[in-house]
Design a protein around this ligand. Structure first.
Ligand code: GLN
Length: 475
């Protein structure tokens, strides 16, 4: 079977009868089997997916199929799907099954998408390499000695290795964009509050977003169109109308693009990624667009602000895993307090514990003002400075990551080195703005390079159109 890169192409073949959903699901299941060693899936819903495919083929034949018929999707192990295991790649949720389906997944199903399995990830979304999973690392399909990025690493590899068309991940500080860049696909993090988080396991609630990983801009557009928008189950979701993104993928006229001087001067930036960005910026200029350098003096504070606030929020969010209500409980505790302590000590992995401790520290009475409150204030300044740039420009363009995918084990000894992988992605997360990683090239070893575009609140449509434009400039 040919490799499909967009839903459009699949639906064309479904229409002319040269393809059925059953064949498509078989093809993906076969690819999952062939790429098992990449460890991208924690569970595959083979029988269910096949049964659904048979139903959708019938619906297709009688003209009642939904908008996403033919879209096969994998979901990160943080998204609730009724009666399916859900465990955030953590031992603490061992045996836990979701009692309901979250909004985003339900909306996909309602439009006849097929969910094919649950993807590996960093435990509770905490990580940049997928090495923090209780189920072991996921391998990058381009070079199996390298990481796929994280935390939605399994979801990125699922698309990269052609085991599904689209995957849903979650992005708190870059977890969709960074793995997308490492795996050579698109990764969209919408504006904070654009997609309901009902059914998304919480990591840091004032940052968490569901994100979309795809091989084409069109698929990101149609998926967002289906899953975004108001939802009675999530009081934090925006009530704003959802545009028909898939019909608005053209850039009209000249655009203004800013790049942040300090990002290009950052110490950890790989020179070949810097050069790649500069080449794209000059292509944009040549195409008649305005490209200008701007300054963001607070750049160096973004990463610390992110890690103070997200650890604080996660220490609070993860307090619910106490051995009483969900998943794992230590077998023979001496008393109630020992039960809590041993359950949490045994159930959580090292990185999650590190973050709970850091978060508890920054929230503690004597340090609250010095860290948590201060970081909240810095966050506001970062958002205001970023918005000020976006009042003058349509987009901020930056590398998605300072390096291409690194080797497995390369940064595991030093958490600070690992946190640097998020250098460029956290700005949009701290500011709550939409951002996309666009697969614009690769280095001489064939490792993918992604560029990240950030736009103003709720300008996902513009971001998608720009991504398409940039890809066309490429050719
Ligand atoms: N790598 C970042 C972190 O570890 C981002 C994670 C995410 O977006 N879920 O926090």
């Amino acid at each position: 079977m040919k490799t499909y890169t967009s839903l459009n192409l699949i639906q064309q073949d479904l229409k002319d009868g040269s393809l059925t959903c059953v064949e498509l699901v078989d093809y993906y299941l076969n690819n999952i089997e062939k790429s098992k060693h990449l460890n991208a899936y924690l569970e595959v819903y083979a029988d269910e997916a096949k049964a659904l495919a048979r139903e959708i083929d019938k619906k297709f034949a009688n003209g009642t199929a939904g908008k996403l018929a033919g879209m096969v999707v994998a979901t990160k192990d943080v998204l609730a799907f009724e009666n399916h295991h859900l465990q955030a790649a953590s031992n603490i949720l061992e045996g836990y099954k979701s009692q309901y389906t979250g909004t985003a997944v339900q909306r996909l199903l309602d439009e006849d998408a097929i969910i094919i399995g649950r993807n590996n990830c960093d435990e509770f979304g905490m990580g940049s390499s997928n090495e923090n999973s209780a189920f072991g690392s996921t391998l990058n399909a381009q070079d199996e000695n390298r990481v796929p990025g994280g935390s939605s690493g399994g979801s990125a590899v699922a698309v990269q290795a052609d085991t599904c068309l689209v995957s849903l991940g979650s992005d708190t500080g870059g977890s969709v964009r960074q793995p997308a860049a490492f795996c050579g696909i698109f990764g969209l993090k919408p504006t904070y509050s654009r997609i309901s988080r009902h059914g998304l396991i919480a990591y840091a609630s004032s940052f968490d977003c569901i994100g979309i990983l795809t091989k084409s801009v069109e698929d990101a557009a149609i998926t967002l169109e289906v899953i975004a928008g108001k939802d009675d189950f999530d009081s934090t979701v925006s009530q704003k109308e959802v545009p028909v993104y898939s019909q608005q993928l053209e850039i009209k006229g000249k655009i203004k693009i800013a790049y942040i001087k300090e990002t290009l001067e950052a110490e950890g930036l790989d020179p070949k990624i810097k050069q790649h960005l500069e080449e794209k910026l000059s292509l944009l200029k040549k195409a008649g667009h305005e490209v200008e350098a701007v300054s963001l003096p607070t750049l160096e504070y973004i990463l610390p602000t992110y890690y103070i606030l997200t650890t604080a929020e996660s220490s609070s969010n993860l307090s619910r895993y106490d051995g009483v209500k969900f998943g794992y409980r230590t077998p023979t505790p001496a008393n109630l307090e020992a039960m809590y302590k041993k359950t949490r000590s045994e159930g959580f992995g090292a990185e999650v514990k590190r973050r709970i401790m850091l978060g508890t520290f920054v929230l503690s009475a004597s340090y609250y003002d010095a860290y948590y409150n201060k970081a909240q204030k810095v966050r506001r300044i970062i958002r205001e400075q970023t918005k000020a740039i976006l009042n003058d420009f349509d987009f901020i363009l930056a590398p998605t990551t300072p390096t291409t995918a690194f080797k497995i084990g390369e940064h595991t000894k030093n958490p600070l080195e690992m946190y640097l992988a998020d250098l460029y992605t956290v700005q949009a997360s701290v500011a709550g703005l939409p951002a996309i990683s666009i697969p614009t090239g690769s280095d001489e070893e064939g490792m993918p390079i992604g560029l990240q575009a950030v736009a103003n609140d709720f300008e996902e449509g513009k971001l998608l159109a720009f991504s398409k434009h940039l890809m066309n400039l490429n050719n």
